[in-house]
Design a protein around this ligand. Structure first.
Ligand code: HDD
Length: 745
């Protein structure tokens, strides 16, 4: 316990929005909690858009007492109704049967892809720049639109880890005044296939193999590489998957892409073609492969937790929404790039991304199942001013997302689930069906009618009706694609050659690792032949890692040397990014002076970092002259949770320590003989991961024991507590100390 007469240091990031429980189970009934007002479900509406009940009564728990599903109060929920204390259970026990029956049916099918996800509420504020291109109400200047965002991995099951090498989903539901607009994108701007009819093939190949159901959430296996090496249009997405993009450091540091080209339509009906982009304010950052592997074991929920903690602590994640704009020409190409081919990007150097608004995530969901699990996105949820194109991948998606909800959400009324309900009036004339919640009024759900006064009426353009872009269509029915879809290697080459040297090394290492997991030599060799077409060095180094000869490029395949696109590189020398929401661990123990600890905490919190004090045990720990609250004990914390560390401990110089083996954890005086071995492990991992390391002067010998020299890059040992912290924060702003990770040569 802290002593009121001695200093006590508390950093404590805000954990969860829950009232503190009492030690004993409370005995007095109290009314149930309201959901936070900013995440309350929208009002329940009838199909004519009128509220059918007061919003407060849509709360799941309405009273102080436990009841059956039909509201009868219950005296006991711990014992079945039995014939005598030791007797058999009676069939008459309705409460038992209702409780177990409901439980038996709690699970719904997980999403067939993107099953693992996490959501958040937010707001989109338009800056009006798109108003001249689109009549969409939510794109007019300064309009604020509520949104719900769900991020996901693609391949893993609902319970899989957050951090596999995989594409991430980035789906945004805009609850606009003109209806729901869903932008169902990914963090990678291209896709594996050009036609939706191939979707079951790529997903069957990528998912765990059907005989053993392994590997979970990973592409490093035979069937994935068998498919992508045979189906070469997948090569562009695959090289993005082998890059750092497939290992986002946090969901807050990912770019998002609408992938397809869409139409924007203005008031006059004039159109342009656009590609949508989300650019994170925090910068685009990734984990290292070692970090991702550690994370999957140490905290498989890491990214879910990171998003929750950031929002909870006010480090609100935000993205600039932008568009690349192209003239809507008859051939639907730009600078020779076919805009209907979802395996191609348009480099930002050719068409800059123009900001049209800002998305900020402001609130965590109240209930995971009700919101994140039941949210249903659909690329066909469009509003006036935005329309689809003939991209054959997008066209197939327009069918799939409606269809899948029938199984997943149990019927056609999923739009009535609170998280899916539009904030615009709904008069849809759709009736009945499983889980119908609306109490429809009127007798004439058909058009034309006179019995309901002709209601509802068709809208004209002036009333905000949605009009499809009247693009001319002609041609014979064929199962073919345009010749412009045939170049599968020029853009993968451009991507690889646009990356920084460190990122290129990561791509080489990723291909080598993944292909080493492929058991069929034929599949490895086939993929190596494709790497030869992408880049000779890439192919040679992967081949060396696999112990295979590097093939020569197939002379019959024409690959263009496109100009590199610097915008594709994540690691830009000298670039800095906001540090708000990044994490700092501060190691303290009984040798720490509370004034030093407080100074580090204050300096980091002033820059809006999440600060975790790391101590020898949970609870309150002793400092040299007081106490401090431990946020994460050293036996719990791992390097992947931290962006940087500062040591405030005093340690015996290394020369005076007889042996590292003497520093046994738990021995009463282990701190007198050296550094806690858990601190040494943390330091060595953080060092390898290129993270900033600070030490107050008395703690500097600990670095030596961890094999770190004071003049190594990204190591700070000069100055007082505040000065060391400032220097560490400057390093965090670079994301990593890249000099430590530079590729050899
Ligand atoms: Fe898809 C879910 C993104 C192609 C069929 N997809 C889903 C989600 C995202 C994407 C982010 C998760 C939504 C959520 O959080 O609920 N999908 C994409 C992108 C694609 C793409 C960016 C290509 C550019 N998808 C695609 C095709 C098909 C599907 C070609 C089918 C022909 N996708 C689905 C689905 C899912 C889905 C099976 C599973 C759950 C759901 O829809 O609601 O219908």
């Amino acid at each position: 316990m802290p002593n009121p007469d001695r200093p006590h240091v508390v950093a404590n990031p805000k954990p969860r929005d829950l009232p503190a429980p009492s030690v004993e189970e409370p005995v007095d009934p109290v009314p149930p909690l309201d959901p936070p007002s900013d995440v309350a479900a929208p009002e329940l509406r009838s199909a004519t858009g009128r509220p059918v009940r007061a919003a407060a009564t849509t709360r799941a728990q309405q009273g102080a007492f436990l009841t059956t599903a039909t509201g009868t109060r219950l005296r006991d929920t711990d014992h079945s109704l039995k014939a005598g204390r030791r007797g058999p259970v009676l069939l008459q026990d309705h409460h038992l049967r209702e409780k177990i029956t409901h439980f038996d049916h709690e699970r719904i099918p997980e999403r067939v892809v993107h099953a693992r996800g996490v959501g958040a509420h937010g707001v989109f504020v338009s800056n009006g720049a798109a108003a001249k291109l689109s009549r969409a109400a939510f794109l007019q200047a300064d309009v604020e639109t509520p949104v719900f965002v769900r991020f996901s991995t693609v391949l893993g099951s609902r319970g899989s880890a957050d951090t596999p090498r995989d594409t991430r989903g980035f789906a945004v539901k805009f609850y606009t005044s003109e209806g729901v607009f869903d932008l169902v994108g990914n963090n990678i701007p291209v896709f594996f296939i050009q036609d939706a009819i191939k979707f079951p093939d790529i997903i069957h190949a990528g998912k765990p193999e059907p005989d053993r159901e392994i590997p979970q959430a990973a592409s490093a296996h035979d069937t994935f590489w068998d498919f992508v090496s045979l189906h070469t249009e997948a090569q562009h997405h695959t090289i993005w998957n082998m890059s750092d993009r497939a290992l986002p450091a946090s969901l807050r540091t990912m770019e998002g892409f609408g992938v397809h080209t869409f139409h924007l339509v203005d008031e006059a009906g004039d159109t342009v073609l656009v590609k949508f982009h989300w650019k994170p304010a925090a910068g685009v950052h990734s984990q290292l492969w070692e970090e991702a592997q550690l994370t999957a074991g140490g905290d498989p929920d890491f990214q879910r937790r990171d998003l929750y903690d950031a929002i909870q602590n006010g480090a609100l994640p935000s993205w600039t929404f932008g568009v690349q704009v192209f003239p809507d020409t008859e051939d639907e190409t730009f600078e020779g790039i076919d805009l209907l081919d979802p395996t191609k990007i348009v480099p930002e150097e050719l068409a800059p991304v123009q900001p049209i608004g800002t998305l900020t995530l402001t609130a965590n969901p109240t209930n995971y199942f009700a919101e994140t699990e039941q949210v249903a996105f659909h690329p066909g949820h469009l509003v006036p001013g935005i329309d689809v194109t003939n991209d054959p991948l997008l066209q197939g998606r327009l069918f799939s997302y409606l269809d899948t909800q029938l199984t997943r959400l149990g019927g056609p009324n999923f739009d009535q689930i609170p998280i899916n309900r539009p904030h615009a009036d709904v008069s849809d004339m759709l009736r009945d069906g499983f889980h119908q919640h609306a109490v429809h009024t009127g007798v004439a759900p058909y058009k034309p009618n006179s019995l309901d006064g002709g209601c509802p009426f068709h809208a004209g353009v002036a009333d905000g009706a949605f009009l499809e872009v009247p693009s001319p269509v002609e041609g014979e029915k064929v199962r073919e694609h345009p010749a412009s879809f045939d170049d599968h290697f020029s853009q993968p080459r451009m991507f690889f050659r646009s990356l920084s040297p460190i990122e290129q090394e990561h791509v080489i290492a990723a291909y080598t690792f993944e292909l080493s997991k492929v058991t069929w030599p034929q599949v490895r060799e086939r993929q190596l032949a494709h790497l030869a077409l992408i880049d000779e060095r890439l192919c040679a180094e992967v081949a060396a890692g696999l112990g295979l000869p590097a093939p020569t490029p197939d002379p019959d395949v024409e690959v263009q040397d496109l100009a590199p696109s610097p915008a594709l590189a994540q690691i830009v020398p000298g670039a800095t990014y906001p540090v708000a929401g990044r994490t700092l661990g501060v190691v303290a123990d009984a040798s720490t002076r509370t004034a030093d600890l407080q100074a580090v905490v204050d300096a980091a919190q002033a820059a809006d970092l999440l600060v975790f004090v790391l101590g020898p045990h949970a609870g309150v720990a002793d400092a040299a002259d007081g106490t401090f609250a431990v946020d994460k004990p050293l036996y719990q914390v791992r390097s992947f949770e931290l962006d940087a560390v500062v040591l405030t401990t005093a340690t015996t110089p290394a020369a005076d320590v007889p042996s590292r083996r003497d520093a046994k954890v738990g021995s009463p005086d282990h701190r007198d003989v050296g550094v806690d071995p858990r601190t040494l492990l943390l330091l060595s991992e953080l060092f390898r991961q290129g993270k900033a390391i600070g030490a107050l002067p008395d703690a500097a010998p600990a670095l030596v024991q961890a094999g770190i020299a004071e003049d190594d890059p990204g190591v700070v040992v000069r100055g007082d507590a505040a000065a060391v912290t400032e220097q560490v924060l400057a390093l965090v702003a670079q994301h990593r100390v890249w000099e430590r990770l530079s590729p050899v040569g």
